[in-house]
Design a protein around this ligand. Structure first.
Ligand SMILES: Cc1ncc(COP(=O)(O)O)c(C=O)c1O
Length: 389
């Protein structure tokens, strides 16, 4: 059997290839420091793990679960959205727990895209938007982001492009705090986005997993007036609660959207392990203290990351949110790939080249803050002593 047409043009995920290369270097004794991937190295709150342990010990907690998620988790999500984002959601009808927000991206594409339909994706942006849209048969249209426009889309230009191409409906992925650039959400820009979606028959998918990391003001796109008509929001506990491996996310939207997506999703999985959902509900109750503690650690690491970037003559905006630093590379390097390769080969430190997020990221690199301060210090030392920058 050959692979299906829908996989043509879908390549192996960059990190999956890169990790093999790093593995080979480690086997050869290089002890690579990986400042690439955004997988939190810190644990969840101990109470969260306790709930998982206690619930998993109960003999009746191991059955299939509802496709719509546990009512306890849906209620916790509704409370969480009210408390942090000021958004009112009906826990019965407007919330769908997910096995990580990544699966939500795929489910949305499979639910709404017919072959040839347009999906607008950010360049630079999270690579999964493109692959999920492509697998669903979409025609992918990139919209460029640049530092000159504060990494927000030029909505006027997109609107003209849609009209010129005769496109009457489209799905559009947006993501603030933005990965990889760290751009913060801006309320005024969010209002413009919703107005644009209303005027252009666009369904906005706001992917919002970074709002609690190094960001004092979490914002939901659903908090904009009228947004429920045109917005589906994805969120996740992966980064905000150090639970990336648990695979817990959520989709929040108008009840009609939730029902439509459930039509697809209920044919894909059979619910989530109840102790995970109950522990996630506990995590969503955590207060500002806990987030502050986690952010203090990221802040210390970020200070080291600034130092490291300075050594490499890279420049970066000091007002970024999320667990990465996005920095432009000096002109003596052809692009971010060249600098990333040089650091890996000479200093055995891996930093992600910005070009993997799209061509507009070619002159950038992205440093992950998911490594200890000691690892950052060691990386700085290696760059100082081993690199000919
Ligand atoms: C922008 C963005 N969206 C979604 C995800 C996926 O998150 P989850 O772990 O909830 O699937 C990531 C993870 O790296 C991400 O960077």
């Amino acid at each position: 059997m050959e692979t299906a047409q829908r996989l043509k043009g879908i390549s192996e995920y960059y990190f999956s290839q890169k990790l093999r290369e790093i593995d080979a270097m480690n086997k050869a004794g290089r002890q690579v420091i990986n400042l690439g991937i955004g997988s939190p190295d810190l644990p969840p709150h101990p109470d969260v793990i306790r709930v998982l342990q206690e619930e998993a010990l109960k003999p009746h907690q191991h059955a299939y679960q509802s496709y719509k998620g546990s009512p306890v988790l849906r209620k916790a999500v509704a409370e969480w959205y009210r408390r942090w984002y000021g958004v009112e959601l009906d826990p019965e009808r407007e919330i769908l727990p997910l096995i990580g927000s990544k699966e939500g991206i795929m489910h949305i594409c499979m639910t709404y895209i017919n072959p040839g339909d347009t999906v607008l994706i950010p360049n630079p942006g999270y690579p999964t938007y493109r692959s999920a849209a492509t697998i669903a048969g979409a025609s992918v249209m990139e919209y460029a982001l640049s530092s000159d426009h504060d990494w927000f889309p030029d909505l006027e230009a997109i609107s003209q492009q849609l009209q010129a191409s005769g496109i009457r409906r489209a799905l559009m992925f947006v993501n603030y705090p933005h990965m990889p650039t760290g751009q913060l959400p801006v309320r005024e820009r969010f209002e413009e986005l919703v107005a644009f979606a209303q005027q252009n028959q666009v369904l906005l998918i706001h992917d919002n997993p970074y709002s609690f990391i190094l960001n004092d003001n979490p914002v939901s796109l659903l908090s904009v007036k009228g947004a429920k008509e045109v917005v589906i929001e994805l969120n996740s506990l992966s980064k905000s609660h150090n639970m990336a491996g648990w695979r817990i996310g959520m989709l929040v939207a108008d009840s009609r959207r939730v029902d439509e997506i459930l039509q697809f999703k209920s044919n894909m999985d059979s619910g989530m392990f109840l102790p995970l959902q109950l522990a996630a509900s506990r995590a969503l109750e955590l207060g500002k203290d806990w987030h502050d503690e986690v952010n203090d650690i990221y802040r210390t690491r970020r200070a080291r990351a600034y130092e490291l970037l300075q050594l490499l003559d890279c420049t970066c905006d000091h007002n970024q949110a999320g667990m990465f630093l996005w920095a432009s590379v000096p002109h003596r390097y052809a692009d971010g790939f060249a600098l990333s390769d040089a650091i890996l080969q000479q200093a055995a430190v891996f930093i992600t080249p910005g070009g993997i997020f799209g061509s507009a990221g070619n002159r950038y690199i992205r440093v992950s803050l998911c490594s200890t301060e000691e690892k950052f210090n060691e990386a700085i030392e290696r760059i100082k002593t081993r690199m000919t920058v």
